[in-house]
Write a protein that binds this ligand. Structure first.
Ligand code: NDP
Ligand code: KPL
Length: 305
């Protein structure tokens, strides 16, 4: 199976390296110093599940260098989506499937504006990763599970078979990916808003009584928004979110908190900002998410000079 990873960062780098290690024919679309480092010195993944070193990496900043593939895995930040999606053309044939692992609820819609609708498949993962330095990605924690739509699609079955052979990757096709994406959106918007605004890993937040009230408030606002949007979350969801948060090593922060710390642009408009916008639409107060959105808006495009 020919696979192209769009973005070779925390998610694209980790998943692509694992698929290549398992025998997949993987190419990476990357850019800048990370692209140069991968071309010159390969791609390294540091993970408690087992490190990976891909010495010989097929990487380019131009999809035309790679040509049509069977599967595209889309993993750039949401603020880079339009540009990256607009450049997918040379990778996509009539048979290509494009699986997105981006956070939030907007990714599938963005991709469908650029490529045929039925080629796009939603997906979500709770694994946590980041680029430590050019050419090196760290798996910071979180189980390397990926949930994808496309249940019954032969290509997704082939991908699942490849993941079954891989170390540190588990892929499960599901019948209702929309529900999975909403669950992740609610869980992550609270986790990213909380760990970014409070500048802390999840452990100390859950241990501090006031900080915990705030992150749980973000979670509960998200649950109310999901119900109003026609995606009610199952009974007991609150408890499952807290269990999921507690399963991360205490120091783990969201990818947005990591980007904020590094002065990079952040995805707040698609997370707390999206909750704020939906709150206005449905007439539901979201004081927590609105505060996160407004406070971090100043940093949305990267470090304030
Ligand atoms: N990291 C995590 O733990 C998780 C992230 N996600 C989601 O996955 C998505 C990807 O996040 P993440 O892996 O952290 O992102 P990263 O920033 O780590 O990696 C994205 C990479 O793609 C590059 N890139 C962006 N646009 C292009 C382009 N047009 N051509 C070539 N390269 C490009 C970026 O370059 P540059 O550095 O120059 O910007 C960067 O190297 C996001 O939506 C995120 O919310 C989901 C689950 C967990
Ligand atoms: C799964 C989680 C919470 C990993 O940290 C994430 O999606 C993110 O940080 O963006």
């Amino acid at each position: 199976m020919r696979i192209a990873m769009i973005g070779a960062g925390g998610i694209g780098g980790y998943v692509g390296a694992r698929l290549a290690e398992a025998g997949g024919d993987v190419s990476f679309i990357a850019r800048g110093a990370h692209l140069q480092a991968m071309r010159e010195g390969g791609l390294r993944i540091q993970s408690d599940i087992g490190n990976v070193f891909l010495a010989d990496v097929c990487a380019s900043d131009s999809p035309a260098d790679i040509g049509p593939v069977d599967l595209v895995i889309f993993a750039v930040k949401l603020y880079d989506s339009e540009k990256a999606a607009g450049a997918l053309g040379p990778l996509v044939s009539g048979k290509t499937r494009v699986v997105t692992l981006q956070n939030g609820i907007d990714s599938v819609g963005i991709l469908r504006r650029h490529i045929p609708s039925d080629s796009v498949i939603g997906g979500a993962t709770y694994l946590s990763g980041f680029i430590k330095q050019p050419g090196e990605v760290v798996h910071a924690g979180g189980l390397p599970h990926i949930l994808v739509g496309g249940h019954g699609d032969p290509l997704i079955k082939d991908l699942q078979a490849l993941c079954d052979r891989a170390i540190g990757l588990e892929l499960k096709p599901v019948a209702d990916i929309d529900n999975v994406l909403w669950e992740k959106f609610v869980t992550l918007a609270a986790f990213s808003g909380g760990t970014s605004l409070m500048r802390s890993g999840i452990g100390p937040i859950l241990d501090d009584p006031e900080a915990r009230i705030f992150i749980e408030q973000l979670r509960d606002e998200g649950i109310a928004i999901a119900a109003a949007a026609g995606h009610p979350l199952a009974e007991g969801f609150e408890g499952r979110v807290t269990t999921r948060w507690s399963a991360f090593p205490p120091h783990v922060k969201s990818s947005m908190a990591n980007d904020l710390e590094r002065g990079k642009p952040i995805e707040v408009a698609w997370l707390s900002g999206r909750m704020h916008e939906l709150g206005i639409k449905f007439g539901i107060a979201t004081p927590g998410h609105t505060a996160v959105f407004r406070a971090l808006h100043l940093h949305a495009a990267g470090a304030v000079p």
